[in-house]
Write a protein that binds this ligand. Structure first.
Ligand SMILES: Cc1cc2nc3c(=O)[nH]c(=O)nc-3n(C[C@H](O)[C@H](O)[C@H](O)COP(=O)(O)O)c2cc1C
Length: 204
């Protein structure tokens, strides 16, 4: 598959998680990377260009921090403009049929908070339902989210390296058609699946 990674972070220069993950995507052969805030700082999205990008790729990844249980605003603007009737949905809108899509997100809250009994009262995947339903409507195959919880403490807890390795494993598995798509669609998160594709640590 040809993966396309969109990053949506309004302050990429200050990002401890999304930024490094975007850098890794950029270093991964065969992966196309687009910085939405970088390209469209005034939200004037080039719809034709974005639609061409979608047509040219088969795995569409939105990499972003969770803001207010959702994505930063430019992702919503992108959806409103790019996913046009007759292109993405509707009787003659089949450009996205069968493509794979997922959210790769960093969350301030802990994993224990993203549970029905936790502070957020629901699993992350369930809170991201608008993305899943949008993908369904557009004939795309929505995968479970890849999630980094407790993002603000990942560096001091020395977890970022493992997250990066899992992310790289996920991207290369997608690219090389090694990802078990039915399992990735059925899972609550992609975290374990991604970790299973992470390269073993190098030994001296
Ligand atoms: C405007 C705003 C809204 C946020 N909303 C949430 C939220 O709903 N849930 C959550 O877990 N974290 C929330 N956060 C925390 C961010 O998700 C967290 O800072 C980010 O994932 C850290 O990743 P980064 O280093 O790549 O920016 C919010 C942060 C901001 C600035």
């Amino acid at each position: 598959m040809k993966p396309l990674v969109y990053i949506a972070h309004p302050r990429l220069d200050r990002s401890e998680i999304s930024g490094p993950l975007f850098d890794v995507a950029g270093q991964t052969e065969g992966v196309t990377c687009v910085d939405l805030y970088g390209e469209y700082p005034t939200f004037e999205i080039d719809v034709a260009r974005e639609q061409r990008r979608l047509v040219d790729h088969d795995a569409i990844v939105f990499l972003h921090p969770i803001y207010w249980y959702s994505a930063p605003a430019i992702v919503r603007e992108w959806q409103d403009l790019v996913l046009e009737h007759g292109f993405a949905y509707g009787k003659h809108g089949h450009a996205l049929d069968g493509k794979v899509t997922l959210n790769a997100v960093s969350c301030g809250a802990l994993e224990s908070s993203y549970r029905p009994e936790g502070g957020n009262g629901a699993y992350l995947r369930d809170l991201l339902a608008p993305f899943e339903k949008t993908a369904d409507l557009c004939g795309m195959r929505y995968l479970a989210p890849f999630a980094i919880y407790g993002a603000g403490r990942a560096v001091e807890e020395a977890r970022r390296g493992d997250h990066v390795a899992a992310w790289r494993g996920l991207l290369t598995a997608l690219r090389d058609d090694r990802l078990d798509i039915p399992a990735a669609r059925a899972a609550r998160t992609l975290n374990d699946i991604a970790a299973s594709h992470a390269a073993a640590p190098e030994t001296a």
